[in-house]
Design a protein around this ligand. Sequence first.
Ligand code: NAP
Length: 287
Amino acid sequence: MLVKLTNQSAKLGVIGSPVVHSLSPVIHNYMISELSLNYIYLPFDVERGSAKQFLNAASLMGVTGFNVTMPHKQDIFAGVAQALGDASVAGSVNTAVFRDNKWLGYSTDGDGFHLSLKEKGIDIKGKKILMLGAGGAARAVILNAKKMGAGKILVLNRTAENAEKLASAMKVEYGQWKKDIIAREFENADIFINSTPLGMHGVNHNFDNFDFLDSGSKIVCDLIYNPLRTDLLRQAEQKGHVVVNGLGMLIYQAILSLELFTGAKIDAYSMKASVEDYLVKNGHIRG
Ligand code: NAP
């Protein structure tokens, strides 16, 4: 992968803190190169609280668009001239685009998740969803699931107060984070989604056990993409459930962002397969 840099190359990037582990520069520069676009995509480590200053600096520097990761999604939402689509409802921006001399904010995470299900022929319409976790990713996914006509959505979270806040903002149900409740609600659900970092590489916490997976044949999603097959997904697969990891969401949200940045129309499924192949072959993600 080699981006051809010229003096006319438009500048894109990602802001976060820390941003050193972000896969976005690799993914975007690979896509830019595959599509022969005259762009370059850079990582910007911007400390917490400085996101609004970055917005001003970015337009001065000629940055035409950027992605936003932790901890800036809400601050950029507050800083853009207008938030559109999912971003306006979620109160969070993962894609900022400089258009007509002003910054516009979008959120592509929810649509990215949706495409990762669609790719596997999974239709969320009418499905009962059990969501573990109540953070930013849960919010984006729930927003999209509602848009796509999901059935009952139940949120279980370690901190009940956060589950309650999310549930009341999104108008979904919430319950207590307890072993027997997780097992009971797993049985009642069609799709189970883990949006906590339990089982993520570098995180010292995992599920205590996977007994809750013992009922029925479900769709088990983990938003984690490192590792690709978390213990949750391995166990779920062994117990006969259909599994979906977080890599699809990561790549599809990037594809949708690049379309917003550049106006290019990208064949999402074939680009996703190509990016995945590149990431695996070059050791950017582990199995
Ligand atoms: P976040 O806003 O910080 O929320 C984290 C959530 O996980 C909270 O609900 C938190 O519960 C819960 N949690 C944290 N540690 C826990 C533990 N030890 N036991 C039980 N619950 C715990 O983070 P986020 O942005 O939503 O990200 C959540 C996960 O999704 C991460 O694994 C991230 O890698 C993944 N993600 C993937 C993508 C993708 O493109 N695939 C995109 C975004 C995020 P409390 O409320 O109790 O703190």
